[in-house]
Design a protein. Structure first.
Length: 217
C-alpha cells in the first residue's frame, strides 16, 4: 500500500523491523466523517490509529453528565488511550469523537503488538507520545483542581485569534471541565463588566486587555 503518510511521522520512517514491515502491509487508510464516534467507554481496542488529517476529541463523561475534554488527536499524532488499552489489555475508559472529517491509518492490534515487540524505535515513538500526553493531562488536572475558573475561561477565550467566537456554554463547560451553569454565570459577569457580548451560539470579545489581566491571575 501507499505509505506516503509516513512523512508526517519522521520517527516511524526510521523504523525497519520485520514486525513493522508486516504491520505496514496490513495497515489501511480510512476516512471518518465529522461527529463520528471512534470509540466508547468499555470498548476493546482492535487497532492502532494514527491521524493523518483532521481532529479527534477524546473526552470523559461523568455519571452526572458533565463532560471534560482530555486531549485532541490531530495530524501526525496517535492516541495514548489506544496505546494504553493495547499494552494493558483493558477497555477504553473514555470516548473519542471526530470534530472534523478525519483521515487516519489503522493497524490491526495483533500486527501492532508484534511490531512493538521487535522494534526499539517503534517503542520510542509510542512512549515519547505517551509521555507528552501524560504531561498535558497532569497540567489539565492541576488547572482544574487549583486554577481559578474565571482566569482559565479568560485564557481560553483569548487563545482564539478572532473576537467573534462561535461556541456554546455547554462546549465551554466541556473544554474547561466544569458545569454549564458555572460557565453561564461567569460569562454573564464578564458581559456585565463590558469585557464581551453574548449572543446565541457565540461570544464576542470587546475588551481583551481586561481579560488578559484576569488570565494572568
Amino acid at each position: 500500500m501507499d505509505t506516503g503518510w509516513l512523512s508526517l511521522f519522521p520517527t516511524l520512517q526510521a523504523v525497519d523491523s520485520p514486525g513493522w514491515r508486516k504491520a505496514l502491509a496490513q495497515s489501511r487508510v480510512v476516512e471518518i466523517p465529522a461527529e463520528t464516534e471512534v470509540f466508547h467507554p468499555g470498548d476493546r481496542c482492535k487497532q492502532f490509529l494514527l491521524v493523518i488529517s483532521g481532529s479527534v476529541r477524546v473526552q470523559k463523561l461523568s455519571s452526572s453528565g458533565r463532560e471534560i475534554v482530555l486531549y485532541r488527536v490531530e495530524s501526525g499524532q496517535s492516541c495514548i488511550l489506544t496505546t494504553a488499552c493495547l499494552i494493558g489489555g483493558g477497555p477504553y475508559q473514555a470516548e473519542a469523537i471526530t470534530e472534523t472529517p478525519v483521515t487516519a491509518v489503522v493497524i490491526p492490534a495483533p500486527a501492532f503488538e508484534t511490531a512493538l515487540d521487535d522494534s526499539k524505535a517503534l517503542r520510542a515513538f509510542v512512549f515519547d507520545g505517551y509521555g507528552e500526553r501524560l504531561t498535558e493531562l497532569l497540567m489539565l488536572i492541576d488547572a482544574i483542581s487549583f486554577g481559578r475558573l474565571d482566569s482559565r475561561l479568560a485564557d481560553w477565550l483569548l487563545a482564539r485569534p478572532e473576537d467573534a467566537i462561535r461556541t456554546t456554554h455547554q462546549q465551554l463547560a466541556r473544554e474547561l471541565g466544569t458545569a454549564r451553569e458555572v460557565i453561564s454565570r461567569t460569562l454573564k459577569e464578564f458581559e456585565r463588566r463590558g469585557w464581551l457580548q453574548l449572543s446565541r451560539g457565540s461570544v464576542t470579545l470587546t475588551n481583551r486587555e481586561e481579560l488578559k489581566k484576569l488570565a494572568a491571575m
